[in-house]
Design a protein around this ligand. Sequence first.
Ligand code: PMP
Length: 432
Amino acid sequence: MIQATNSNELFERAKHSIPGGVNSPVRAFRAVGGNPRFMVSAKGAYMFDEDGNRFIEFINSWGPMILGHAAEIVQDAVQAAIPNSLSFGAPTRREIEIAELIVSMVPGIEKVRMVNSGTEATMSAIRVARGYTGRSKIIKFEGCYHGHGDSFLIAAGSGAITLGVPDSPGVTQGVAADTLTAPYNDLEAVKDLLVANKDQVAAIILEPVAGNMGLVLPKQEFLKGLRELCDQENIVLIFDEVMTGFRLAPGGAQQLFNVTPDMTTLGKIIGGGMPVGAYGGKSEIMDFVAPAGPVYQAGTLSGNPIAMAAGMAMLRHLDNHPEVYERLEKTTTKIVNGIKQNMQKLGLNYTINQVGSMFSIFFTEQPVVDFESAKTSDTALFGRYFNAMLQRGVYLAPSQFEALFVSTAITDELVEKFLQANYEALKEAHEE
Ligand code: PMP
């Protein structure tokens, strides 16, 4: 058994001053049992906790650390920016540079506004879509997570599923009534909603690859079909690429699947680990944003110089090194194939979904194409697997309904270590 004395003590202490002991629910390990590990530092593929344990890790801060932890190019850029003050609340040259780079990388973005989180990005994007179209309703998909804005806490994914609160108390009926939901990958359900709500839908928002009910891929015709429906009905198509942006390709899932949305929301990698989000889209739509237009959105720390320095270093690196994506996919495919071999040896046949450097094992034998099929997973078995991996020094997302992220710091040697742990953990999880 690896030690957890210090983490256990810290968790008890944290619960007195922080709700549930954590600042974001899924960190509390509620879905997998046991207490969370409190981290001290991380470098490359490893995180180190308060008990001196070292974990090979596959969360990467839930996505941002695509180059591994404490990547020198990002750390150096941050250190160089710090002496010039942490914040101005006035415009800077760097904000233009990062906006120009984002516009050049992401097909659907002609203008972009920086914010401080993915939540802010999606909240702002739907406000703009509503202002632009003069309509109120939005369509989202069951199991997709778009941050904790009121409009999105309806059939929400990620921690909301994990904690069993996909429809959160505190969201008014009025707000909830403006959010329509459809099953992921179900174009017919969207068509039905559009007939029933003719000329009332401002936006359709989705994760173009869903990562918040575990990893679920879009069917080929789904994204294209949504694009056509939005064109026909003058609806703003929003791709929430907070997870997939700069991860699946330099231009995100929209580049990979060759479907261009009207608006895009970004987060995670765009800040290189700093608190950054962004939303952007066609100029015609983005010019509705204040002060160019009437839709208000602002931020004291938006475009923060340190955050922009980190983000710029990260994006510039990815833009200049597209081979990163090939390498990440190769590593991830090696992992996924290895897991399949392990399962074969153990007589198991669970579903694995993968795209690029994201993957999920679902503890179900059914194909997982939407939230209904994701929910057929055996979450108790997942919990046992998770803890068996943790005991072997591998840190996974502490919920069945999350994707894993692979960083460039995962070497072939670490793939082998992961696969050895995976074999033993799968075996152990089935023995109990
Ligand atoms: N959209 C998606 C697709 C996400 O995965 C997340 C966070 N996991 C968000 C929005 C919200 O981002 P944040 O946690 O930065 O508010």
